[in-house]
Each structure stands twice: as structure tokens, then as C-alpha cells.
Design a protein around this ligand. Structure first.
Ligand code: HEC
Length: 463
């Protein structure tokens, strides 16, 4: 785990420090290759196959294919811009600070970016046809992303369909669907996907609330109150949040969510019209269970960690506004993912931990937020932050309401919190697995051992 401590100054100074970091990653320059040295067939095609084509092909979510030499040639200036600014492939995390081990990392390395830019700057040479790799094969975009790993879901719950006019205000569709569960089942993985005709083009984001009657055990009573400042949606019943670009959620060994008989899913589907009548679009929730009778030890809950609880959001016209809030953990916890949520003026968001001993650590930061990409950065299991009880999470959000923000619909508006994409939000969605203190100590010890072993191995190889 690579982590960068930040200064022990007041929160106000942390804003400035982190703001300074916002441009640290900066645009990447072309590598120093002579013209013609980099060819499409040999050097660029494999990068596009591995990192772009799943979306950039017919019938997937991107606006144009990037399959052939012709495609890439035509789109070269767009590719140059999006790739050098790290907007494409969508992975907007600051690579210079915090944890960098993620299960779903699809960012390009600096070398790959360099290769693409050198190809463009070197005259877009096609190269030897013999170098071109065979076409890549992709899973059906309408299939579950988790299909390969887990097979078809054990349970699929579909919302009622909705018809959206070609031109209309944003709509929030809130039907409820019984789960049909007849005995308690522990959930290993979940995934949401838009379904039906062209639903993918209009579904901006989906919340699935799991509504069920629960008797609180002492542990779960602690969990419900796990943050001392629970947000409006921090309660036990948010099951999963989905937004464009998000894949499924898999819980680590020994952890999961629980579904009870009599439960139902209440949907909140945010639809955004795209100039075409879309009939009968709906969303599906796929659920993969632990085997019957297998009860994981820890319960994971999706938490809403707001950045704006105390003061609300207050974003003056023409300015960059900074908002910050604090949440203290009552139980030891492992954070499974990091997913900032803002709208069109969102610029950056960071998560810092202040440990009970006062030590501070910047866990992660998105420095290049793109409102139409709600990326869920899912930690590798052995890199996921382990935080003792009493740790304070500091969530900081930056909104750019200046004309320099290309996504800003109107820099003369005073903006506050609201549901529409032209209003703003500022929170993190984090799946939190609360651990009992003994297990927490054991996990910390295992990590420490692994770290020492790795250190010893490097030292040995250096002698
Ligand atoms: C997860 C899906 C996904 C991946 C992976 C992806 N793209 Fe995209 N790309 C999109 C979508 C959707 C859009 C249109 C919306 C947007 O710009 O965010 C887009 C837009 C673009 C655009 C701008 C097109 C325009 O209309 O101006 C370029 C250029 C681009 N992508 C290049 C790439 C390259 C190069 C890669 C790989 C290195 C890549 N993309 C990987 C989904 C993806």
C-alpha cells in the first residue's frame, strides 16, 4: 500500500495543500521517439484493444468505434486530448497520492500514454500489416459484467418499465419490487444494469434500496450508528448505487450483505432524455448468494459519507468552492471502495483519515472528476484501508463554478444541493465492512507481516 502522509495543519490548510496536488499529475508529454518509429499495427492497436474497445465498438456505450487504423486516424486529435489529460480511459484518480492497488484499474500507464502520443505526433504511421494483432473478442455489453466470474445471477430483480419522452426534464422513477426471498440469504456480489431498448443511453444513475424489517443485534446497532454524523441516506437500507461506467460489487471472503424474507427493492432511477423517445426502459439487479447456510462473519454496508453535512453546499457564481465534513467510525472498519459523487461542477474529492493517535493520511483523491463518470475505485483486498475505531474520515469536495470548467452549464448561477444534474452534490459512496476488534487486530498483524516479508525480500536481493 503506497500512502502519502499530509501535513498536520488545520483543515483550511489541508484544502490548500490538496488543491496544490490537483494538478500534480498534469498532462503527459509524448515520449522521445523519432517520427515513424511507433506504428499503429504494432504499438497502438494492442493498447486500444485492451483499454478502449470494450466501450468503443458498435452497440456499446461510447459514441464512436476505435477498432481500426481508420477509426484511430480520424479521431487522433480527440484521442490526443482525452488520453493526455487522463480523461480516457475513464479513471480519474490522482495517480500520485494514496492507495494505487485497485481491482478494476483500467488506467493507462505513462508509457502507454507516451506511445499513443508519439504515434500521433510521429505522423500516425500504420506499419506492417503482419504486426496487427487479431481482433479482440468482447463479452456482450448487455450481459452481466460478473458473468465470467460467477455465472448467471442467482436472483434477478427487474424494475417496472418506464417510457421517457425525447425531450423532457430529468425524471426520477421510484417503483418498488418484492425480492421474493423466502429465507435469509447472504449476498456475495451484486450488479445493476439498465435493460430494455436503449435504456443504457438515458439511465444516469440508479439507487437500489433494500427495505426489510430487522431486529438490530448489538453489533448491527453499532453499525447503524457507525458514523457519528450519519447522512440522510446512511441508514441500513441502501443496497447498491449504480451510475454510468460502474461495474458490479463483489464482497471479500467472509463479508457480505444480508437479504431477509419479505424484503423489497425500492428503486430510484434517474433518467436523462437524449432527444429520442425511449419506450419501456427498466433496470435489473443481479444478485449472487453465498451457498445456503454459509454465513459470512462480517456485514458490509454501503455508507453515504457527505462532504457538506454541517454547512450545506454553497457554491457562488464564478468561484471554486471547497466543502468539508467529518465522520468518526465507532467500529474498526475496512473500506472496500472509494466512489465520489458530484454533478457537473464537481472538480475533485479527497478522503483523509485522522487516526485516533492524531496521525493523518490521505487515503485517495480524485483530482480530475468527470460528472458523467461515476467510477467506483474498488480496492484490492490486501490494500483496502483498515481503520481502527475512533478514526475520523475527512471528506473534502471541490466544485468549479468558473467559466474554465467545460462542463459548467452556467457559471453565473449560485448553486446548492439538489437532485438535478444542474444542482450539486458532494458525497462518497463507500462499502464499509465493520470488523470486530479481534479480527481487526488479526488483519492488521497479517498485513504487517506481509510488509516485513516483502521488505526482507528486497533487502536480500539488494545484497
Ligand atoms: C468504460 C468505457 C470506455 C472506455 C474504456 C474508453 N472510453 Fe472513450 N468514451 C466513452 C464514452 C461513453 C464516451 C462519450 C462520453 C464521454 O466523453 O465521457 C467516450 C468518449 C471518448 C472520446 C471523445 C469523443 C468525442 O465525441 O469527442 C475519445 C477521443 C475517446 N473516448 C477515446 C478513448 C480512448 C483512446 C480510450 C482508450 C485508451 C477510451 N476512450 C476508453 C467510453 C469509454
Amino acid at each position: 500500500m503506497r500512502q502519502t502522509p499530509i501535513s498536520h495543519k488545520l483543515a483550511a490548510i489541508a484544502f490548500g495543500a490538496a488543491l496544490g496536488v490537483l494538478s500534480a499529475a498534469g498532462p503527459v508529454q509524448a515520449q522521445e521517439n523519432g517520427p515513424g518509429e511507433v506504428t499503429f499495427n504494432r504499438d497502438v492497436a494492442p493498447i486500444l484493444q485492451a483499454n478502449c474497445q470494450e466501450c468503443h465498438q458498435e452497440g456499446s456505450i461510447a459514441p464512436m468505434p476505435l477498432l481500426t487504423y481508420r477509426d484511430a486516424y480520424r479521431w487522433a486529435s480527440g484521442i490526443r486530448e482525452k488520453v493526455s489529460n487522463r480523461v480516457m480511459p475513464p479513471w480519474h484518480l490522482d495517480p500520485t497520492v494514496g492507495i494505487q492497488e485497485f481491482r478494476n484499474d483500467r488506467s493507462l500507464s505513462s508509457e502507454e500514454i507516451g506511445t499513443i502520443l508519439a504515434w500521433i505526433d510521429g505522423g500516425r504511421v500504420e506499419g506492417d500489416p503482419a504486426d496487427l494483432p487479431p481482433p479482440a473478442e468482447f463479452p456482450d455489453p448487455n450481459e452481466w459484467r460478473l458473468l465470467d466470474e460467477f455465472g448467471e445471477p442467482d436472483l434477478v430483480i427487474a424494475s417496472e418499465p418506464y417510457t421517457l419522452e425525447a425531450e423532457t426534464m430529468d425524471k426520477w422513477w421510484r417503483p418498488a419490487t418484492p425480492t421474493g426471498i423466502t429465507e435469509p440469504r447472504w449476498v456475495k456480489a451484486i450488479e445493476i444494469k439498465p435493460a430494455g431498448n436503449d435504456a443504457r443511453t438515458i439511465t444516469h444513475h440508479v439507487l437500489a434500496f433494500l427495505q426489510q424489517d430487522e431486529e438490530e443485534s448489538p453489533m448491527s446497532a453499532g453499525i447503524v450508528e457507525a458514523s457519528t454524523r450519519g447522512g440522510a441516506m446512511g441508514g441500513p437500507d441502501l443496497f447498491m448505487e449504480w451510475a454510468v461506467g460502474k461495474e458490479g460489487e463483489i464482497f471479500p471472503e467472509g463479508a457480505g450483505k444480508v437479504m431477509l424474507p419479505g424484503s423489497q427493492i425500492r428503486w430510484e432511477v434517474h433518467l436523462h432524455a437524449m432527444g429520442k423517445l425511449i419506450e419501456d426502459s427498466y433496470v435489473e439487479l443481479g444478485v449472487w448468494f453465498y451457498p445456503k447456510g454459509e454465513e459470512p462473519r462480517n456485514r458490509t454496508r454501503l455508507a453515504f459519507f457527505g462532504a457538506s453535512g454541517r454547512t450545506g453546499l454553497d457554491i457562488p457564481p464564478g468561484e471554486i468552492a471547497v466543502t468539508q465534513d467529518f465522520h468518526t467510525l465507532r467500529w474498526p472498519a475496512r473500506l472496500e471502495n472509494f466512489q465520489p459523487h458530484m454533478h457537473m461542477r464537481g472538480k475533485a474529492m479527497s478522503l483523509e483519515a485522522i487516526y485516533p493517535d492524531g496521525r493523518k493520511e490521505l487515503i485517495n483523491q480524485v483530482d480530475n472528476f468527470q460528472w458523467n463518470w461515476h467510477i467506483n475505485y474498488i480496492y484490492e483486498e490486501d490494500a483496502a484501508p483498515l481503520l481502527p475505531a475512533g478514526t475520523t474520515l475527512v471528506i473534502t469536495a471541490w466544485h468549479d463554478n468558473t467559466p474554465e470548467n467545460p462542463n459548467n452549464p452556467d457559471h453565473e448561477q449560485w448553486v446548492d444541493y439538489g437532485d438535478r444534474t444542474v444542482d450539486e452534490m458532494a458525497h462518497l459512496w463507500v462499502d464499509v465492512t465493520y470488523l470486530d476488534p479481534e479480527e481487526f487486530e488479526a488483519l492488521v498483524a497479517t498485513r504487517e507481516e506481509a510488509r516485513r516479508a516483502a521488505e526482507a525480500a528486497t533487502n536480500n536481493s539488494n545484497h
